[in-house]
Design a protein around this ligand. Structure first.
Ligand code: RAM
Length: 337
């Protein structure tokens, strides 16, 4: 008898050693965010906000991004997340349409799918977390370029990838704005694509300067592009000749705002965008919201939000208005993000 008890005890001990503790503890639901690509400090901040929000609600966050900003690379990651049976996927889309089939596959597997920062087609998302009103961003950037150019002359856009839906929506609104009579003397000569890669953004800026010697303003609606252009214009001593504006991270742009190359620029808080996304994710999974217009939820320290109609016919949650950074406030903000 004593021997039997000892054998049973030994077997139980052996089992306890080989079975992972997660089998005994209830598994935490996993919430994934997939950014455009690695090596982008803006993306890191956005993912950091998502992680903080997910963890403070007691869940597990998975942060993923491919090496290059392509839809193909994101498709592979999404396939892996489907196999991992995550509760929700928050996608920062590298393409509006190309991700639709794999995201639909995720939805059919019971995963709540929504986009953030760079939207995907409403067919494949429950809602979109939008950092700021897209039309307002377009209008604000053209107004800034016009002010810097003194109302006339050549301007160019340095974007991210040609497929990035957030940049493309902003560029469409910029073109609409440029068609207004007050901007008739501003000429958009080129849209260049730096692919949110530092070196490519540098060489595309150099290409713009070579091809358009009379260029007055570069608008870069991407934090990677604007920082690269800031460096090129500074190194070439073009301050006051070619102006720079767009959407930039204060921590990366303080130098070029202080030296006058970029008189002012705009952005929102990328940490808050990710944090808001975490609450959209948990509200979708708990069934508190389904992603339809009028759905209301509360987003922790950010307060209450309501889902509204997006310009592309889907729905969205809007974080707030874009914020202006110039010499008067850049020193304070560069420490924050
Ligand atoms: C880059 C990315 C991101 C965009 C910002 C403004 O970091 O393209 O998607 O929102 O710029």
């Amino acid at each position: 008898m004593k021997r039997t008890i000892t054998v049973v005890a030994l077997v139980l001990l052996a089992l306890a050693l080989v079975i992972p503790s997660s089998v005994f503890a209830a598994e935490k639901a996993k919430y994934a965010i997939v950014f455009k690509n690695t090596g982008n400090p803006y993306g890191e901040k956005q993912m950091e906000g998502f992680k903080v929000g997910i963890e403070e609600q007691g869940f597990e966050a998975i942060l993923r991004a491919p090496d290059l900003p392509t839809a193909e690379a994101q498709i592979q990651i999404i396939e892996q997340l489907i196999a991992q049976k995550v509760a929700a996927i928050c996608i920062v889309g590298n393409d509006y349409d190309a991700l639709v089939p794999v995201l639909k596959k995720a939805s059919s597997a019971g995963i709540k799918v929504f986009s953030l920062d760079s939207s995907v087609n409403p067919q494949a998302r429950l809602t979109h977390v939008n950092q700021a009103d897209s039309e307002k961003i377009g209008q604000t950037l053209i107004k800034a370029a016009s002010d810097m150019a003194g109302g006339k002359g050549e301007i160019a856009i340095l974007s991210a990838t040609s497929q990035a839906s957030n940049q493309n929506i902003w560029i469409d609104f910029m073109k609409k704005e440029l068609a207004k009579p007050e901007y008739k003397d501003l000429k958009l000569v080129k849209i260049a694509y730096g692919d949110d890669l530092r070196d490519k953004s540098v060489s595309e800026t150099e290409g713009l300067l070579r091809s358009y010697p009379n260029l007055k303003v570069i608008i870069a609606p991407t934090t990677v592009g604007i920082a690269a252009a800031g460096k090129v214009l500074t190194d070439k001593g073009l301050k006051g000749k070619v102006f720079l504006t767009g959407l930039g991270l204060p921590s990366e742009m303080a130098e070029y705002i202080n030296n006058g190359v970029c008189p002012y620029m705009f952005l929102w808080n990328p940490i808050d965008v990710g944090y808001l996304g975490s609450y959209v994710g948990t509200a979708l999974v708990s069934g508190k919201i389904t992603g339809k217009v009028g759905d209301k939820f509360s987003a922790g320290r950010l307060g209450n939000y309501t889902i509204t109609k997006a310009p592309d016919g889907g729905t969205e949650v809007l974080l707030g208005p874009p914020f202006k950074f110039d010499k008067s406030n850049i020193e304070d903000w560069k420490k924050v993000y």
